[in-house]
Design a protein around this ligand. Structure first.
Ligand code: FES
Length: 86
């Protein structure tokens, strides 16, 4: 597995539309099938700090935080990553 995608399902992110993100795994394009693990997590803490932008948040491989995440923006990020890193 190359990418571990954590979808925040904390209260703030949920209210801001994170439930749409649980569709991510089913909507992955074929290039990403089999290399992405999608899991739900509780509050990542980012919603308490404005420097991180707005909810909902997704965290990738414990490091990359995507704010205002949608299925589309997360998919685009992952595709860009496999494009750049082989
Ligand atoms: S509820 Fe998602 S970061 Fe806090």
């Amino acid at each position: 597995m190359k990418f571990r995608v954590e979808i925040c399902l904390g209260t703030t992110c949920h209210l801001m539309g994170a439930s749409e993100l649980v569709e991510l795994e089913r909507q992955l394009p074929s290039e990403l099938a089999g290399i992405v693990e999608v899991i739900a997590c509780s509050c990542l803490g980012a919603c308490h700090n404005r420097q991180y932008g707005s909810s909902p948040y997704v965290r990738i491989n414990e490091t990359k935080l995507i704010s205002e995440a949608t299925v589309q923006t997360v998919t685009e990020y992952l595709l860009q990553e496999i494009g750049e890193n082989g």
